[in-house]
Design a protein around this ligand. Sequence first.
Ligand SMILES: [Zn+2]
Ligand SMILES: [Zn+2]
Length: 874
Amino acid sequence: MKKVQLSETIVRILETYGIEVLTPQFFAIEGRWHWFTGHGHKDAFRLWPTAAQILSDRGSLAVNFKLTKVIPPSEFKAAQLLEKIKRNSKLGEAILHIKEYPKKDASYASKSLPLTDEIVVSLKRQGIKLYEHQANAIECALKGRNVVIATPTASGKTVCFNVPVLDAIIRDTSSCALYVYPTKALAQDQIRKIASFRDDNKGDDVTDKQYSSGYYFTMKLGGKQIAFGKYEGPTPQDIRKVIRERCNIVLTNPDELHFGILRFNQLWTRFLKNLKYVVLDEIHIYKGIFGSHMALIIRRLRKVCEALGARPVFILCSATIGNPIEHAKNLTGCDDFVLIDKDSSPKKKRLLVLWNPPLKEDGKRVEALTNLVDLLTEELITSNQIVKTIAFGRSRLSVKLAYKLLEDRYRQKGIRNFASFVREYTATLPPERREEIFSALAGGKIHGIIGTNALELGVDIPDMSCYLSIGYPGSITSVHQQFGRVGRVGEGLGIVILHDDPLEQYFARFPKEFFDKKPEDITINPKNPVLLRMHLACYIHEMSAYGGISEDDIKTIFGEEAIECLRKLEREQKILRYEDKSRVYWKFNYSSNDFSQEYLPIRNPISNVNFTINCDGEKIGIIDGASVLRDLHPGAIWIDNDRQYEVVNVDFMNKVVNVREVDFEYYTVAAPKDKVRILQKKQQKMLRRTSVYFGLISVRREVKEYWKIVPGGEAEREEIKWSTPIPEDLCTFNTEALWFVLPNQYKTIMNQELESALHAIEHALLIIIPKSINCDPNDIKGAYTPVCPESGGNPTIFLFDNYPGGIGLAKSCFQRIHNILRDCIRLIESCKCRENEGCPSCIQTSRCEKRNKNLNKKLALKILKEVTPRRLCF
Ligand SMILES: [Zn+2]
Ligand SMILES: [Zn+2]
């Protein structure tokens, strides 16, 4: 190894990049020159991959010294970069729609809050000056009012609950608070935020480290000892006990609240009796089945607290959603929520771009994923400059493919090491890896990150300059959560790269609808009878120690619907009826039942038939029968918690699904044939010459085939090899639905033609629904029949919740059916394709079980216009 002094010129170059050079030296490895500074390898390590091509001529450094400039977020100019991108001949063709979000100054609280001196001092020490919305939220909480805070990412939501919680503990050190997070990753972040209130916080890394891992923590605030801890799956037994006995603040997740805390509430009496606040963070995650479970868990929590004489105040935090108050009420069963939704935190100027990849010669659009890699390698992370970028994909598969393509592209360009500036991030990463990625990001060792929506939640990520999304992330709530990652320290640029998908292309045609779009509503269904039955059994167990519960109690907490479940539990002898002079009440029947059996997992729907999922002989989950048919047939690719599995076989006899972990680049879509029967009409709305109904239906599902789909490639039809026939009780379920009965006149249309039109209308409806309601594509399904016996033999189209008992989607669609119909007409009418079968920009979808065969867009449009009230057509 030969050492060489750095020349004056090089030192000067380095200095212009703000790199301090003390006694710099170069060394060579395999003929390539690298350098390090005299006072350590830290900076050298950070820089050498970017300090490219240093040439040497017999020991004297002369040279073509080029250093890639990393643009600090504070210096980033969004409009400048966008102009440059537009001039790039490869990229500029994409159609752009731009919205500017102007710079916004902070508005600080003017009122003084009745806080303890200790908290006031601590806030000052941390340099926190409360924004107006924070002060308003804190004021409500201090007054004992339930609050829901629905503001964007990074608007300082955690202060809104940490302040009242810690204030209550200072006033009375026996006070307790429960923080519930939908995912584990979030709790550790929160520990650090609580700890920053401590008396000895000097803002240094050294003491901060104490709070970066572990489960049980203490700190002094105003001289008073405060204990807090994480109570979740991996928390060791001995620490669990300490947390139960000593903590003021317990951080947990819904699963642990259900399995660990409520089930064994007798061990938690100290904590629950003193519970002053319940904080639910990221409540927009609580939707569908998971959200419906959560709503019932919270109701149980409230009742146990009530029995112990506690009435905690709820502080709920959410991304911006369409119905924050309604969702808060549904989730907690409490009525009196104050909404805080005015964000008064400062923002820099930001530009949001709707980006439609250009059409190729074959008439197909360039893949969003390819375009993302183009943007990254051509303009964002190049050998000339590096713009700090965060990119999102909707699935782990798209993230993985994007990263692979990125690596290939840098290799082709001959820029070594560049892919190492970008990392992948998915929810399956172990905590150490996550920590490592974030500290590398903060330390400037990496400059880009591509991840799934796991990055959307409240994890602390340093400010980025550019946000990219592979496709529309599925909801405007997500767009704003993701876009919120840029524009705090400096300006921000966001680019949503659209797929060739009907809803996304609808936005390309009507960009104003995208930019002006109100966030979607979140729906849950705490009245789902299947869920209700389980939670009622848990509830009766939990209340048995407090003298049991009466019918009235059940009605007030779970609604009238629960009484039927009560009768069912009584018939099954799960519960016992007692009677004394003043009242009739129920208790759990411990003599013939194990209460633990009632506690089923809450991430999936439940049914009378639950299957165990086994991977290499190890149990990895439990799933309901309906989901097995839909998502876990033999050959299906199943994704859970970001891991990918292939179903090997299904054993109906022993109720076991055997899977193996795989790493495939295709996904599967089952092609079930559903037969629908109307059970009960509950509501009716008039359309033109026809009606739409909401009610209960029964679905009989036959699953014989599925599709294997490679993104961007062809789909292959495969036969499902069930080892034994599907038991009858498994392929039938009842759920909520809405249905259109078409007028008599359509009965005369040729059957084939009519079916194709009904098929096209079904597609349009399914495409448009996620525009107003936050749902996953699997959550809602359609069906149609040209002759429906229960509708007087008329043609009927159904939309139904794809889960037994329903999750509130069909109901929510029924309420806004006029807007949905209007958008369906717009979707079809605005597409320029001439063919009757439509195209991927209007009614063809990748999820179609018939692979978009037999669609009749013209007749569909005619029918839609004839049944939709005239004022909505244009
Ligand atoms: Zn079209
Ligand atoms: Zn279809």
